[in-house]
Design a protein around this ligand. Structure first.
Ligand code: NAI
Length: 332
């Protein structure tokens, strides 16, 4: 099977290298079609996303990517946002669960965040009103809200989850968030087997750091989802461990939550586990659940020994060192 691989910037090349070693150890019949995007491509070719990348994703339908650096300002649109919009990858799905026995403040956190990925304040509709005033337009549509909320409920049902919480600020943004909430209430009626909860985003943030075990599946708009999923990552070991996927109707791009980590790039310090768990999500979706379980088990075993920990987990192991430990724990 062919999968498009985007190495990305910063720590991207190091963690994708680690992933390739693990794929080889898992003896999977996967052929990576490597096409890069981002800063390095811009410097060499003058464009951030080459047409051949769009063509490859369209053909293979599945891509896995390392992080891409987004230059701030200069009227520049994020490459990540561009890819999500181009392929209409409307659902950003982020499981929040510790992948091993870590020293954490909370045990038993196990939630999944469904974040709408294409609109809200990330739609990129901004304008300068004057030199001293800038506006950004928040866009919420019925169609896009319905499909993210419905996919969260379908996921809950298929994965035997008990509850879906819809997160808004509908008390203040009565039209935009009000529409999102109203759609949620209607869809919840189609799923009487799933408990439905309405929460405001500020309250959610507080509850996530007081009683995070109460959450199951959360569905929310783009900005709130972005922030809450980083908050969630902090609850279960940090950005170096958190997987994610962007899904549309028939195309998916798998990527971890973290960015290109320029502070540690090129130093063999990055934790590859986030990308490896992202790859495990991909395996689940291509009917390789046994291999996905084997990889998760190897990661769990590796995290039992603090000697294996990289710097983000308080240890001193390297990217290549922890990759080797995981491969050893895969067994035969
Ligand atoms: P970041 O996630 O790159 O880094 C935040 C902190 O976490 C840093 O201290 C970094 O060293 C650490 N960190 C992140 N991933 C790690 C890993 N795998 N192992 C160990 N430590 C890790 O966030 P930041 O600094 O805000 O963004 C850097 C660049 O990445 C920006 O250009 C941003 O736009 C881009 N970015 C790209 C994303 C993507 O491609 N999906 C997502 C988020 C940010």
């Amino acid at each position: 099977m062919k999968i498009t691989l985007i190495k990305g910037d910063g720590i991207g090349p190091e963690i994708t290298e680690s992933m390739k070693k693990v794929v080889s150890a898992l003896k999977l019949d996967i052929d990576f079609e490597e096409i890069n995007a981002g800063l390095s491509v811009f410097e060499a070719e003058g464009e951030y996303i080459p047409q051949r990348l769009f063509d490859s994703i369209k053909k293979n339908k599945i891509a896995i990517k390392g992080p891409i650096t987004t230059p701030i300002g200069h009227g520049f649109r994020s490459i990540n946002v561009e890819l999500r919009k181009r392929f209409d990858l409307y659902a950003n799905i982020r499981p929040i669960k510790a992948p091993g026995p870590l020293d954490l403040k909370f045990d038993g956190v196990d939630m999944v965040i469904f974040r709408e990925n294409t609109e809200d304040l990330y739609a990129g509709v901004e304008e300068m009103i004057s030199e001293d005033e800038a506006h950004s337009i928040k866009i919420i549509t019925r169609e896009k809200s319905e499909r993210i909320i419905r996919s969260a409920f379908n996921y809950a049902r298929e994965n035997k989850r008990k509850k879906v919480s819809i997160i808004t600020k509908a008390n203040i943004m009565k039209l935009t968030d009000g529409l999102f909430l109203d759609i949620g209430r209607k869809i919840a009626k189609e799923f009487p087997d799933i408990e439905f909860e309405e929460l405001l985003v500020d309250n959610t943030a507080m509850q996530m750091v007081i009683n995070p075990q109460k959450f199951d599946v959360l569905v929310t708009e783009n900005l709130y989802g972005d922030i809450l999923s980083d908050l969630g990552a902090g609850l279960v070991g940090g950005l170096g461990l958190m997987p994610g996927v962007n899904k549309g109707e028939d195309i998916a791009i798998y990527e971890s939550i973290h960015g290109s980590a320029p502070d540690i790039a090129g130093k063999n310090l990055a934790n590859p586990i986030a990308l490896l768990l992202t790859f495990a999500l991909l395996l689940d979706d291509i009917s390789e659940k046994d291999k996905a379980a084997k990889l998760r088990k190897a990661i769990y075993e590796t995290l039992k020994d603090k000697e294996n920990y990289t710097k983000d987990l308080g240890g001193s192991n390297t990217t290549s060192g922890i990759t080797e430990a995981i491969i050893n724990n895969l067994g035969d």
